[in-house]
Design a protein around this ligand. Structure first.
Ligand code: FAD
Length: 113
């Protein structure tokens, strides 16, 4: 499991479950590398550079987790000036994994309404 960031893998996962995922991966023998540059993918596998050193990982599958964008389509359709629309949670900000923020936004909005 590789990432471009130099921090430890999963450092920003939710407090509630992040450590469980890291432990499960370690116990399954998953090698985790940070600070990776992805050079190319070909029939030999995945070519990377880590700490200035080029490496070839002879893998046959590469899963790319390239992030996500919030989908505000419904909110935009509803915002016609006749009603108030509130956008919270993943629809407001889909960056990183943060159920805690989504729940807080929901609770705070509900108490204001
Ligand atoms: C693979 C993955 C792992 C994650 N792991 C973690 C983690 O370990 N810790 C953490 O804190 N966060 C984690 N998250 C992030 C967390 O799931 C989200 O931040 C959180 O679920 C956002 O809550 P939400 O209520 O905004 O959206 P959601 O939980 O996505 O709820 C939106 C709901 O609205 C419904 N819906 C959508 N469109 C419509 C429509 N038009 N009409 C009616 N209903 C509709 C959907 O079916 C869904 O039930 C993870 C996310 C993913 C994808």
């Amino acid at each position: 499991m590789l990432q471009r960031k130099h921090s430890k893998p999963g450092a920003t996962l939710g407090k509630t479950t992040g450590w469980i995922h890291r432990l499960s991966l370690r116990q399954a023998g998953v090698e985790m590398l940070s600070g990776v540059e992805y050079d190319s993918i070909d029939d030999q596998g995945l070519h990377i550079t880590v700490g200035g050193e080029q490496r070839l990982l002879a893998v046959d599958h590469v899963i790319i987790c390239a992030g996500q964008n919030p989908n505000r389509t419904l909110a935009d359709e509803l915002e016609d000036g006749t009603r108030t629309v509130h956008v919270i949670g993943g629809a407001d900000e889909a960056r990183e994994l943060d159920a805690e923020r989504a729940i807080r936004q929901g609770a705070e909005l509900a108490s204001r309404l």
